[in-house]
Design a protein around this ligand. Structure first.
Ligand code: 475
Length: 808
């Protein structure tokens, strides 16, 4: 069979004809009568078609080579808009632009209809998307598995400064990027009981069954033929579950009860990052994802293999935090109960199959589940976890004879008021490799949170510093700077070989280049100002220093310290102390978990302080504060290119890595930051002179806490801080009370160092050439933070695979 497939050498005429054809045959309409959705969906299909050929060839080559696959399991993916990405990656940007022009269609109006799938909360979800992008670009055979939530991360509005959440019905008009594959449905069991078979084998009789229905989206590599996929699962009730007789009796709610119960599993993304709520539905989601993914992985394995001893050689499952860790128990259940393998053989296969990435150090973020809940929802899995733990503790006892404390410390089952399953412990015990996400984080993990395990199995612990996609966060987000860089370097290969940005270093000393660099930054600030005005009504000065803090709202990230500095600036300017003041725009963006009361208070304060500043005619010529609502990937792509200063001010030892720090540095923002997460590595690479360092390091934090931290003393000693807190108390007394009496994240301890460092920033901004030089050097020296490098690190240290190039 021959298909007309290749779009190589496509002309605008071909592209335009395909748009019209899709309008006609897929939407049943014509250009003259098409609605905006008709046109958008037809263009999207036209672009998607231009990747299918590469996808088919990738799948065929993978089938032939039967390589080791990376299966990335993650409860979250923040993919960002697909239209801009797929136009770029299919190499049809220019052709499409001209075709659309020819048809009288506006590319920007079409782009506005493209919906970003917000299937994640923050850093962890976006990292998953950047890694998929880099795996495809690096020709790594990979599949991402996730949940196709009906509702993604909530949309954020402000009412009286406070956050209000609105549902994100992202597929309301349908999702043109998705291929449905209802034939590959899987069955997922819950509840029920177990019955003994022979030996350790048991059979699990679930009390409830739902279907998992997959669809996939294409994950193209950039500058290569590979197109991988991300497979997302949606929960559905069995075919016959509609209760016709109840409907007939007028019991409309009851008639669809089972359908609703089943479909609720993939209804909504849990909008809480870093704190675990332990809700049953969340555990159901996790088990649902894990079961569908594992069954699909085994199905794919069996296409070319039959011997279980080959499984770990062909299948590498990377667990994105603990959310999919139940996969360890589920694979054991499949191998022992369903396939009849001996326990030890199954365990050896399982352990070699999994690797685990940890994204936190916060104890409250370490996921645990009540044993009673797991027993009820997943009775067989609980038995298997107990057995894994029993055998593991024998190993511990042999290594530390008579050490009861060691057993308690390492056990997968935590004994407190109630027994709980510690998912991170299960992950470490059941994996061949464990990694943190920045050097400092990996070191602290091994020294504190997972210390006992690192002592037991030092070879199992690795660091893989996070990275970001330069395609999305430079080429798509910042086309102006990309073009300038390409012009200087001479070709576009830096986009897949980001270390080549070092070739820009000499340009930092070229006055003409610096002028052009400044001009790009300025135009990007103008774009941001347009958006800010439309979204908030606040007018920004495009020549002011653009000072950006964009991330989830969390106490440890210290947005509160950011606000205290703004109040200090306001007081100074209001008093007329303007000699050293440089005009600044403070940009804030980020969501808070709906139930995170303290974070929402800080957010409300930030909005109130913004109002104070922007409405003060004496102050607003120097200072503007804009809190952009509904931060997401698209908004990040707009803010980051405009930024001059990147705020990375978490308390040292709390931020695992951070990734906005990398995106901002790559786009030429200078960082003001603590020695936390990947900031440490950014500073090492861009140079101490190009980085504004302040505050306590992890040693200083520990020493201060040991001495006994008394926040009051800082208030007493620092008149400006006193004045600032008195202003804040006028808005929200509770925040000030907490700072003075508790201040868990040492905001007052770092306050003076922070504000003084900000004064140094203002002085540096006035040395325009030096600032621009530092900005260029930040970009030139950020090559290390490409997700391509991250993927290469995973390949070398954890996955032990090399790329498989697909013939173009
Ligand atoms: C870290 N999300 C960043 C980033 O490694 C780091 C937790 C529980 C439930 C749902 N989502 C979460 C996170 O923990 C998260 O996003 N962590 C972040 O991962 C990538 O750069 O420092 O805070």
């Amino acid at each position: 069979m021959t298909y007309v497939t290749s779009h190589a050498g496509d002309t605008p005429g071909d592209f335009g004809r395909d748009v019209l054809s899709n309008l006609y045959y897929q939407r049943g309409t014509t250009l003259e009568s098409a609605s905006a959705q008709d046109t958008y969906q037809s263009v999207a299909l036209t672009v998607r078609n231009r990747l299918v050929d590469r996808y088919i060839r990738t799948a065929a080559a993978h089938y032939r080579a039967n390589p080791r696959f990376i299966y990335y399991l993650s409860a979250e993916y923040m993919l960002g808009k697909q239209l801009d990405q797929n136009l770029l990656y299919s190499g049809t940007e220019e052709c499409a632009r001209r075709a659309l022009e020819g048809l009288g269609l506006s590319p920007s109006e079409l782009a506005a209809l493209d919906v970003e799938p917000g299937l994640g909360n923050g850093g962890l979800g976006r990292l998953a998307a950047c890694l998929l992008d880099a795996m495809a670009t690096q020709d790594i055979p990979a599949v991402g598995y996730g949940i196709r939530y009906d509702f993604g991360i909530f949309k954020q509005d402000f009412r009286d400064g406070g956050q209000v959440e609105r549902p994100d019905n992202w597929t309301f008009y349908g999702n043109p990027w998705e291929f449905h594959a209802s034939d590959d449905q899987q069955t997922v069991g819950f509840y029920g009981h177990t019955e003994p078979l022979d030996g350790l084998r048991k059979s699990w009789v679930p009390g409830e069954v739902v279907l998992g229905e997959p669809s996939h989206m294409l994950v193209p590599g950039y500058g290569t033929t590979t197109v991988n996929i991300i497979r997302l699962w949606r929960a559905r009730a069995a075919r016959e579950s509609f209760d016709l007789s109840r409907f007939g009796a007028g019991q409309y709610g009851e008639a669809v009860e089972e359908i609703v119960r089943s479909e609720n599993i993939s209804k909504v993304l849990y909008p809480d990052d870093s704190t675990e709520l332990g809700r049953e539905l969340r555990l159901k989601q996790q088990h649902f994802l894990v079961t569908c993914a594992l069954r699909d992985i085994v199905r794919r394995f069996r296409l070319r293999n039959s011997d279980w001893d080959d499984f770990a050689g062909k299948v590498m499952i990377q667990l994105n935090d603990t959310h999919p860790v139940m996969a360890i128990a589920e694979l054991m259940r499949m191998l022992v109960d369903e396939e009849g393998l001996e326990w030890d053989r199954a365990w050896s296969i399982t352990r070699r199959t999994f690797a685990y990435t940890c994204h936190t150090l916060l104890p409250e973020a370490l996921e645990t589940w009540p044993v009673a809940l797991v027993q009820r929802l997943l009775p067989r899995h609980m038995e298997i976890i107990f057995l894994i733990n029993h055998l593991f503790l024998q190993e511990v006892a042999a290594r530390y004879p008579g050490d009861e404390g060691k057993l308690r410390e390492l056990s997968i089952i935590g004994e407190g008021d109630e027994q709980r399953v510690r998912m991170a412990h299960l992950a470490v015990v059941g994996s061949s490799a464990v990694n943190g996400v920045a050097e400092l984080h990996s070191r602290l993990l091994a020294a504190t949170t997972l210390h006992g395990f690192a002592e037991l199995w030092p070879g199992r612990f690795h660091n893989v510093t996070n990275g970001i996609s330069p395609r999305r966060f430079m080429r798509l987000a910042n086309p102006r700077l990309s073009e300038l860089i390409t012009e200087r370097i001479g070709d576009e290969r830096w986009l897949t070989d980001l270390d080549r940005l070092t070739e820009l270093e000499p340009a930092a000393d070229d006055p003409a280049f610096r002028e052009r660099w400044r001009e790009v930054k300025r135009l990007n600030r103008v774009d941001l100002a347009h958006h800010a005005l439309a979204a908030t009504g606040v007018a920004l000065d495009p020549d002011a220093l653009c000072d950006v803090m964009i991330k989830r709202f969390h106490e440890y990230k210290r947005q509160l310290m950011r606000v205290l500095h703004v109040v200090a600036l306001h007081r100074r300017i209001h008093r007329g102390e303007v000699a050293d003041v440089v005009p600044r725009t403070i940009v804030l963006a980020g969501k808070a978990a709906p139930g995170y009361y303290a974070a929402k208070r800080i957010m409300r304060l930030a909005n109130m302080v913004a109002g104070l500043v922007n409405n003060d005619p004496v102050v607003s010529p120097y200072l503007r504060v804009v809190f952009l609502p509904d931060y997401n990937v698209s908004r990040a792509q707009l803010i980051i290119p405009a930024a001059d200063l990147s705020e990375q001010i978490s308390l040292a030892g709390k931020e695992a890595s951070g990734t906005s720090n990398m995106k901002l540095a790559l786009n030429g923002a200078l960082t003001i930051g603590t020695l936390d997460g990947a900031n440490v590595e950014i500073r090492d690479r861009v140079g101490a002179a190009e980085f504004f360092l302040f505050g306590l390091d992890t040693t200083g934090v520990a020493a201060l806490k040991d001495r006994g931290y008394v926040p009051w003393e800082y208030y007493d000693r620092d008149p400006e801080l006193r004045e600032v807190l008195d202003v804040v108390a006028g808005f929200d007394k509770e925040i000030v009370d907490d700072l003075l009496h508790r201040d868990e994240y040492l905001t007052l301890a770092d306050y003076r160092a922070y504000v003084d460092c900000q004064d140094a920033v203002s002085r540096a901004w006035q040395e325009r050439d030096l600032w621009t030089r530092a900005s260029i050097l930040n970009t030139a020296r950020s090559g290390f933070f490409s997700a391509d490098r991250t993927v290469r690190d995973y390949c070398r240290d954890i996955w032990h695979i090399s790329p498989l190039r697909i013939d173009g």
